[in-house]
Design a protein around this ligand. Sequence first.
Ligand code: A3P
Length: 269
Amino acid sequence: MWDTLTQPSDILLCSGPKTGTTWLKALSFAILTRGKFDASTSPLLTTLPHDCIPFLENHVEKIKENRSDLPLLATHLPYSCLPKSIIASNCKIVYIYRNIKDVLVSYYHFVREIAKLSVEDAPFEGAFDDFCQGISYSRPYWDHILEYWKASQEMPERFLFLKYEDLKNDASSYVKRLAEFIGRPFSVEEEKAGVLENIINLCSFNTLSNLEVSKSGSYQADENASLEHRLFFRKAEDGDWENYFTDAMKEKIDKLVDEKMSGTGLVLK
Ligand code: A3P
């Protein structure tokens, strides 16, 4: 069924949950629509990025009925679960990933809030144990990263790997790289006119999280689940994991990740 939804010219934004998907959607949308809208007229000011770019696995009907001119689709699916047509096509894939410990903390709060559980009822230790056992929405996170990473090694021209922390620390370089990869590089004139900077500011956590649309309303994540918009914006801080992990937890997860990444060429700090 998904096979018929995608076209070879599509750009697929792939990620594990809580790794910066909302941000990547906002940036990609703003980059590709910048001829039509500027930072003061962008639909992103009034629409959640998830309502601008659908998820392949959750919004089949929406994509079928309302395929926009925008060649952007997103997915949390592991690479091995992508439709064969996508794998066989030449479509480009942007993959965003993030410090595993921060992903776990972000995921913990997200799931806890959806389930409406207090920290006392759902302590972090339980989430930590599940995570280490690989119990997760879309595969153990290390497998999610590695599957895409391995595919990117075989077909480097089709993939752009973006690290959440790099985007935060050097937004201008990485947003430019994203724009080039998705086929809409910034011209020198645009840069001089501040277009790149405006897009970075528009899509920043500070701007997006303070919009009215991000503070109220719900997003239809799939047929059964409706999620409050505010759940997609928490702290966006690097290293928040330090407030949750004991030394023993840090040691355990570092060892686990080192083992999983060993020999792959991918370093996750
Ligand atoms: P925290 O829970 O650490 O705050 P996803 O979009 O994949 O669901 O990931 C959500 C995480 O990205 C949350 O992290 C959220 O706060 C952060 N986030 C949301 N919008 C962001 C933005 N514009 N820039 C940076 N981080 C953002």
